[in-house]
Design a protein around this ligand. Structure first.
Ligand code: SAH
Length: 217
């Protein structure tokens, strides 16, 4: 993959591209991010702010994350083109769209039915054919479609959810914000031949992951 000529971008897009570069987002992920029209994933009244590096409300008390954080988390997932990735918390579908350009299959789950339906319609309308969007079940993730090469969680959990670790393939990685309702750190959990490796990196702030093994609604 290569970065298209800069001339294809307007000023606000170029500024975001610069922000992503400064934030250390890899070229491969930056390139995918610049192919996804974020303005079509935010509410009508927010379009002017779509190319600013900030989180924005998407309705139902939920938010689309800041682009530099989306890029950072996708880098931590270490995706490869043959991977199948589970995206938890479809929200607007923005992160799922970026992932779909980087991996073979994206399975995305969302617990709020209206967001789920809108995101599914938006993603299929925009032609992201390798993304499957599902209403989240009672159990976290999508155990019947496991194992996944990567699992990325766009909401904060009190601990690393064991039910998600169980859905990882050998060599697979889980990236999940873990901590209190107010602040969290990104946990990276890797399933290896010999067991589970875990580390925590950056401090972040996410909306709560709701469900069994996470927070109560
Ligand atoms: N990644 C999204 C934003 C995620 S916001 C984007 O690109 O727009 C977090 C989302 O996680 C919210 O929409 C929330 O409803 C959803 N969520 C919370 N708990 C969940 C669960 N247990 N399963 C699936 N989705 C969940």
């Amino acid at each position: 993959m290569h970065l298209p000529q800069q001339a294809e971008y307007d000023e606000s897009q170029l500024r975001l591209l610069g922000r992503l570069r400064d934030a250390g987002v890899s070229e491969r992920v930056r390139s995918a991010m610049m192919e996804v029209p974020r303005d079509l994933f935010v509410p009508i009244g927010m379009k002017r702010r779509a190319w600013i590096d900030e989180s924005l409300p998407i309705g139902n008390g939920q938010t689309i994350s800041q682009p530099s954080l989306v890029g950072r988390m996708i880098d931590l997932l270490e995706t490869r083109s043959e991977h199948t990735v589970l995206d938890i918390g479809t929200g607007s579908g923005y992160q799922a769209a970026i992932l779909s350009l980087l991996v073979r299959t994206v399975v995305s789950v969302e617990r709020i039915p209206s967001l789920c339906q809108q995101a599914a319609d938006r993603l299929s309308g925009l032609g992201y054919r390798n993304v499957q969007v599902f209403d989240a079940g009672n159990e976290l993730g999508r155990p019947e479609l496991a194992p996944f090469d990567g699992i990325i969680v766009g909401a904060a959990s009190p601990d690393v959810p064991e039910v998600l670790v169980a859905q990882l393939a050998v060599g697979g990685r889980l990236v999940v914000p873990v901590g209190s309702r107010e602040e969290q750190q990104l946990a990276i959990v890797e399933r290896t031949e010999s067991g589970i490796k875990e580390k925590v990196v950056d401090w972040v702030r996410f909306v709560p992951l709701i469900g069994e093994g996470a927070w109560k609604a």
